[in-house]
Design a protein around this ligand. Structure first.
Ligand SMILES: Cc1cc2nc3c(=O)[nH]c(=O)nc-3n(C[C@H](O)[C@H](O)[C@H](O)COP(=O)(O)OP(=O)(O)OC[C@H]3O[C@@H](n4cnc5c(N)ncnc54)[C@H](O)[C@@H]3O)c2cc1C
Length: 508
């Protein structure tokens, strides 16, 4: 434990138990069934927990491969098959629930390798280093303020310190009551930060939630600032798998579910949901039917809204859920991912992962040939590199190829040596499946329980009463949805954990 973690612990910055779990039999006392729609992190987390407790669970995944937004699939390149992925992911250390699911397939989490620091790059200002701060608050914040060239003492004096207090005072109810109707942009503007500090310290952070600051709730920004920086003893450090996500995560998790009597069906999309006397029936797009006593809908927000709209019986069974869908089903802005296989490498001192500030399109760069074994082997064999570029909230209606080229050109401005590299292969994608966290949306955000018996929700857009985000929220809601089923069936629930439940300056 570091000194900052000792200090943090003294003020309550530690892992908290949100749900102690337990309270029932290790396995369900009588046979019962559950259907999980969606085989991403949320759905597979639910399925793992349900299968382990003896519930006969079936996962229905529309895509040919598992993983959703963390998916991975084989891609035929001119010189052989390579696994391509939905995009680089940072596995933060306070992802307690996601890590507990991953420990089922690798108890030591040996496949996760630390990423040693990461800079934020800018065309205007020198890079700002994140990830090498003391892990726990308040020392990480103090170190950031002391070290950051973007924020000097005079700037701190000039900024509106009262406006900054809410960032230190996250409260699961009070923050939403006070700030959910405000935009993240308005909150940041009220701080009166110098432009450089705003660009280098805050904008990169808020972009990572796949929402524009002008269209994102300030309460969500405060919640995420707490979850990632001020509420956890692990800090901003993260790890990444050293194998592709199919090899490292999805194949072993599917085997785990199957070994516990569950079934994973890919390439089958749920098209409609109907209540039955003793549970639910899901009709798939190919006409096949699946029945189960309990259902977890673990799909992305637009898919959830579409499935609910195609299930007319839900108007009577789950009127509150139905009423929430038109707003909830609006995804955030499109995001773009471009993976480039290049004929040479960038400079050896370039970081494995970099955030990017204030480029029109580009938000991050990941050097896959320095991260994952298969890409590393490809690069060694060919002398090339595998570089992935992301845009987290881009202009709608622009084709993936054009966004990929814009991002490449912007990268060349930041890293001039990239301009001399020839593109051997490119796979580019643009999608809009991330949840929107619009101002005022919190009150209508559905939780894991619905108003229909035996019907639950999970996913990164689903509300939690404790701090969570992105992959961790998917896993936490997946486990929570499974817990409702386990408790209804008399089986022991799974513990759910989170960071310190409220900010350092908040009154509990
Ligand atoms: C480019 C990118 C980078 C990211 N980086 C990070 C990061 O660094 N750190 C982090 O924590 N998070 C990151 N995220 C976010 C993270 O990927 C998501 O929060 C998480 O994967 C969501 O998981 P999920 O299970 O909730 O939803 P999804 O992954 O969307 O899974 C839903 C699944 O449901 C399936 N489905 C949809 N409709 C149906 C249907 N009708 N029938 C059956 N199946 C259906 C979909 O095919 C999908 O597999 C990133 C996301 C992207 C796109």
């Amino acid at each position: 434990m570091t000194l900052s973690q000792v200090v943090g612990r003294l003020i309550g910055v530690r892992e908290h138990l949100v749900d102690p779990g337990g309270g029932g039999a290790p396995r369900v006392p009588r046979p019962t069934t559950a259907l999980v729609v969606g085989g991403g992190i949320a759905g597979m987390s639910a399925a793992v927990v349900l299968a382990e407790r003896g519930i006969r669970v079936t996962v229905l995944e529309a895509a040919p491969t598992l993983g959703g937004r963390l998916g991975a699939w084989p891609e035929a390149l001119a010189d052989g098959i390579q696994v391509n992925e939905h995009g680089f992911h940072a596995f933060f250390r306070q992802y307690y629930n996601w890590r507990s699911i991953l420990r089922r397939i690798d108890p030591a989490l040996a496949f996760l390798k630390p990423v040693d620091g990461y800079p934020v790059l800018s065309g205007r200002w020198p890079a700002e280093e994140f990830g090498r701060l003391p892990p726990a608050p308040p020392m990480n914040l103090l170190a950031l303020l002391a070290r950051s060239p973007s924020l000097r003492l005079a700037d701190l004096r000039r900024m509106d310190r009262d406006a900054a207090l809410p960032l230190l005072s996250y409260h699961p109810a009070g923050t939403y009551a006070e700030f959910d109707d405000t935009t993240a942009d308005a909150l940041l503007t009220s701080l009166r930060l110098p432009d450089r500090a705003r660009a280098m310290l805050f904008e990169v952070f808020s972009h990572s939630f796949f929402n524009h600051e002008t269209a994102m709730s300030a309460a969500e920004l405060i919640a995420q600032f707490h979850f990632y920086l001020l509420g956890n003893p692990e800090g901003l450090a993260f790890d990444c798998p050293d194998e592709d996500y199919a090899t490292a995560i999805w194949q072993p998790l599917a085997r785990h579910v199957t070994r516990h009597g569950g079934r994973v069906v890919t390439g089958v999309a749920a098209a409609r949901l109907d209540r039955q006397p003793d549970g639910w029936r899901v009709t798939a797009a190919d006409g096949s039917r699946y029945t189960a006593r309990h259902v977890v809908l673990a799909v992305d927000p637009p898919a959830l809204a579409a499935l609910v709209a195609a299930s007319p019986g839900l108007v009577a069974q789950a009127p509150r859920l139905v009423a929430r869908m038109p707003a909830f089903g609006q995804a955030g802005p499109p995001y773009a991912v471009a993976r480039y296989w290049l004929d040479g490498d960038v400079r050896a001192d370039r970081a494995v992962f970099s955030g990017v500030s204030r480029q029109p399109t580009l938000d991050s760069v990941a050097l896959y040939h320095r991260l994952e074994n298969e890409s590393r082997r490809w690069a060694e064999r060919t002398g090339g590199s595998v570089v992935e570029l992301h845009a987290y909230a881009c202009e709608p209606g622009v084709p993936a190829g054009e966004l990929a080229e814009r991002m490449r050109v912007e990268l060349c401005r930041l890293w001039p040596e990239a301009a001399g590299l020839r593109v051997r292969e490119l796979r580019a994608r643009v999608e809009a499946r991330a949840p929107a966290f619009a101002p005022g949306s919190h009150a209508g955000r559905p939780g894991t329980r619905t108003d229909a018996k035996g019907l639950y929700l999970a996913g990164d857009g689903i509300r939690t009463e404790f701090p969570s985000a992105l992959m961790e929220r998917s896993a936490a809601t997946g486990i929570s949805a499974a817990n409702h089923i386990l408790r209804a069936e008399g089986a022991a629930a799974e513990p759910v954990r989170s960071v310190r439940p409220h900010g350092l300056l908040a009154r509990p």
